[in-house]
Design a protein around this ligand. Structure first.
Ligand code: HEC
Ligand code: HEC
Length: 498
């Protein structure tokens, strides 16, 4: 006991004298909390609190010999693609959502709130979600609607016409805590007039925003076995928590390239089951429209191909007939613009991103916040830890056995990877939203320049994020609301530490 005390005093002294931001060596001395400092497990955690903390390779990348591939792959995330037909990162278009991943994922983090939708603005992390009266995606637009096009084509959505308004929201408590402290809440209202589209639109339609989610550590999440996900679903079911049951019907699992399928674990909508067929693997194609050997077609709708090919000015500029233009846009036989080697290195980078280690867990206030977080029932959805499996991915022969692995790691993402309904005004499509991982978020401002939260970035800090928890999280929110100011502050301190 004495030894542990002594060690923890030494540890505090080390922290006191080692507050240099650039120090890469804050591996804590053994203490009661030493295990949890490794948020991403021994193979997945970096001890780094610099503005680059979200961008670093895991220890596994180095140990397993992927360092060079990691840095080459990184360029495909960070650098812009261009509309050239040959050379480096060519092939952007004919329509695209953005020119690079990084424009949407500023500093590799959770995005930032903006007032104006501009595809070229660094940090505009928003994807437009355009749905019909039944909340289904509008079929004349791609699921990720494009606002950029290569001349003479026109973008399906005209970005000048997108209007984002941030509105004040007064909740049922008048935005006042029982102890008198005030908070304020805002939410986005997005409209695009009918003439803001270059494709036919249904009547009515509505527009929502979805912001990015941090991408660091997604390789560790991939290493959690499907069985563990399904067990989590069963456990919450037994507790009587309302869940999106349809997602756990094997008929609705997400198919891999080789025909096997998995329950969803990525994106707010749980639309992706593995990282190798995940949001990033798809985005490198559907954000840019850069083709590769297994995607020899454009990410485009038939309605768009029809609308463009019928325009006489486009036919004139290209010197092609309507049929020729339509066939080009809808072709399933285009030349690959990205090589397989480039794609594999991109995926090495993607699966190789480390989680920053937790900080200050020994601080008594953080410890107090941690137990309040648990007492308030936050851990029901924000499940603290998971253990990865053997992590032998198979499903896409192109990348099988070619990526970093994370077998049997205890990780602390603070999510159950299931969806819940928080019932906010202008809510996410369908109302079901995956619990966002909380790890690393405390470094958000430093790494990305913003610390906004929730699926559309409506929350400007942790307190606002928690106060937006209604619906199936309302009970838990109530416990937070009724805490003293000091207690609420310690919950926030805890969130900043993990
Ligand atoms: C238009 C902006 C945009 C661009 C560009 C973009 N993303 Fe995203 N990304 C998003 C949004 C929005 C989400 C959350 C979407 C959702 O849940 O449906 C997301 C989610 C993700 C996730 C899932 C994280 C999780 O925890 O589930 C990963 C991984 C990811 N993006 C990687 C990439 C990569 C890699 C690229 C480039 C190839 C990229 N993204 C380009 C907007 C973008
Ligand atoms: C019923 C499940 C549930 C409970 C209980 C719950 N949460 Fe959440 N939490 C979610 C979901 C789902 C989201 C994502 C919502 C969104 O993005 O719109 C979320 C998002 C968050 C976020 C924002 C993450 C980000 O960066 O976008 C924070 C912070 C958070 N929760 C903290 C808490 C705290 C603190 C408690 C306890 C007082 C709590 N949550 C209780 C389901 C829950």
């Amino acid at each position: 006991m004495k030894i542990i005390k002594l060690l923890s005093i030494c540890f505090s002294l080390i922290l006191l004298f080692a507050c240099d931001d650039n120090s890469n060596s804050k591996i804590p001395e053994p203490s009661d909390f030493s295990e949890e400092y490794y948020s991403g497990g021994k193979l997945g955690t970096v001890f780094n609190e610099t503005p680059y903390a979200y961008e670093l390779p895991t220890p596994a990348v180095e140990e397993q010999g992927f360092s060079l591939a990691f840095s080459r792959g990184e360029a495909f995330f960070e650098k812009e693609f261009n509309t050239n037909t040959s050379g480096v990162r060519n092939g952007l278009g004919p329509v695209s959502v953005r020119s690079s991943c990084l424009t949407c994922h500023p500093g590799y983090g959770h995005g930032k709130r903006v007032d104006k939708y501009r595809a070229s603005e660094y940090g505009n992390s928003y994807l437009l979600v355009v749905t019909d009266e039944n909340d289904n995606y509008v079929t004349s637009l791609t699921g990720m609607p494009q606002v950029q096009a290569v001349y003479p084509f026109l973008p399906p959505v005209i970005e000048d016409k997108i209007k984002i308004e941030w509105k004040e929201h007064v909740d049922e408590f008048g935005n006042v805590f029982p102890d008198g402290e005030r908070y304020s809440l805002i939410y986005p209202e997005v409209t695009i007039p009918r003439d803001g589209f270059n494709v036919p639109m249904p009547d009515p339609y509505k527009v929502r925003l979805e912001a990015t989610i941090g991408i660091y550590g997604t390789g560790l999440i991939d290493a959690i076995p499907d069985d563990s996900l399904l067990a989590q679903y069963q456990n919450e079911k037994i507790l009587g928590i309302p869940l999106n049951d349809a997602k756990y019907d094997p008929a609705n699992f997400v198919p891999e390239v080789d025909g096997t399928s998995h329950p969803g674990r990525y994106t707010y909508g749980l639309s992706r089951g593995t990282l190798q067929n995940g949001p990033g693997a798809n985005a490198i194609w559907n954000i840019t429209n850069v083709t590769r050997s297994d995607r020899r077609k454009h990410y485009i709708t038939e309605a768009y191909a029809q609308a463009m090919s019928q325009r006489t000015e486009i036919q004139t500029v290209l010197g092609k007939t309507e049929q020729e233009i339509y066939d080009y846009l809808m072709s399933k036989n285009l030349d690959p613009e990205m090589t397989d080697e480039d794609y594999i290195e991109f995926m090495v980078w993607h699966r190789g991103l480390a989680v920053p280690a937790a900080r200050n867990l020994d601080d008594p206030e953080v410890q107090k916040g941690k137990s309040l977080f648990s007492q308030a029932g936050c851990t029901v959805c924000h499940r603290p830890s998971w253990t990865t499996g053997s992590d032998n991915y198979s499903g896409d022969p192109l990348v099988e056995n070619k990526l970093p692995r994370y077998p049997y790691q205890k990780i602390y993402p603070y999510t159950d990877l299931l969806q819940h309904r928080l019932e906010m005004v202008n809510d996410i499509r369908t109302g079901w939203c995956r619990t966002t991982p909380l790890w690393g978020r405390g470094l958000s401002e430093k790494c990305t320049g913003a610390s906004d939260h929730l699926h559309d970035m409506r929350a400007r800090n942790y307190t606002e994020a928690i106060m937006w928890h209604g619906g199936d999280a309302a009970k838990s929110r109530e416990r937070f609301r009724n805490m003293t100011k000091e207690e609420r502050n310690s919950v926030v301190k805890f969130l900043e530490a993990i």
